[in-house]
Design a binder for this molecule. Structure first.
Ligand SMILES: [Zn+2]
Ligand SMILES: [Zn+2]
Ligand SMILES: [Zn+2]
Length: 257
């Protein structure tokens, strides 16, 4: 399988509008981060995790011509904002696009984009065409890609799903991974995990908290994502231990599984 980090930035994107901090004015391309999203591909199946607010730009940059399904982690706007831009995939395939998410995420998509769910009388504009699939904690497959949901917490009470694909796991937007979910993350080659910044945050792992999970699971490689503008890549990478790195937009992880 092949994994491409489509975006590694926090909800505002980096640089953020209306900010002149060292990262937001940096000329280092590693400090430019689109909203968090992942492309997962094998020889026959292409999945996108979340339709980020930068979805259109991400699909253009990586020349993604076909998508078999979109898999949602949760329904914060930075992860669903590009939903309307799935329409060209409908045009190309002539089919509804399968979308997978927990019930609450599908409900919020429906209330945010009611015209795509038949809840608004058509005005003639084209609308996304979708086929809904509800995710529970049970493992499933899309095409030839096996998926193990990782139920996690994002803040005190919001549920979010991470996903394991073979020996790679993607766990963004979380500040707590329960013990039973950690059991699903044993024996990883690569863990891509929320590592917002050094300072505490109510809904995201700090880098030190992410490193605790990494120390516990001991993947061969760990990649921190959903990175805020408090992180200046060249400066802060010096503080990471061996085997741990910051995600960079466009970074590719290949595995043989
Ligand atoms: Zn987010
Ligand atoms: Zn800034
Ligand atoms: Zn979130």
């Amino acid at each position: 399988m092949r994994f491409t980090i489509l975006g590694s930035g926090t909800s505002t994107g980096v640089p953020s509008v209306a900010c002149e901090c060292a990262t937001c004015t940096s000329t280092d391309p590693r400090d430019t981060r689109l909203r968090t999203s992942l492309l997962v591909q094998d020889d026959t199946t292409t999945l996108v995790v979340d339709t980020s607010s930068d979805f259109r730009q991400q699909m253009l940059q990586h020349k993604v011509l076909e998508i078999d399904a979109v898999l949602f982690t949760h329904h914060h706007f930075d992860h669903i904002g590009g939903f309307d831009d799935i329409r060209p995939y409908n045009f190309r395939s002539g089919r509804p696009l399968p979308i997978y998410g927990m019930q609450e995420t599908l409900d919020v998509l429906r209330s945010t984009f009611p015209y795509a769910f038949g809840d608004v009388v058509s005005t003639g504009a084209s609308v996304p065409s979708i086929e809904q699939h509800i995710i529970t904690d049970d493992p499933f497959s899309i095409g030839t890609i096996p998926i193990v949901p990782i139920p996690m917490l994002h803040g005190a009470s919001m549920k979010v799903y991470g996903y394991r694909f073979g020996d790679v796991a993607y766990c963004t937007d979380t500040n707590h991974i329960p013990v039973h979910a950690l059991d699903r993350l044993q024996g990883l080659d690569t863990l891509i995990i929320d590592g917002l910044r050094w300072e505490e945050h109510p809904t995201h792992f700090t880098i030190d908290q992410a490193l605790e999970i990494v120390n516990h699971l001991k993947p061969r490689r760990a990649i921190l994502t959903h990175i805020a503008h408090q992180i200046l890549h060249a400066r802060d990478m010096q503080r990471l231990p061996d085997g741990v790195e910051f995600a960079i937009d466009g970074m590719v992880v290949n595995t043989t599984s």
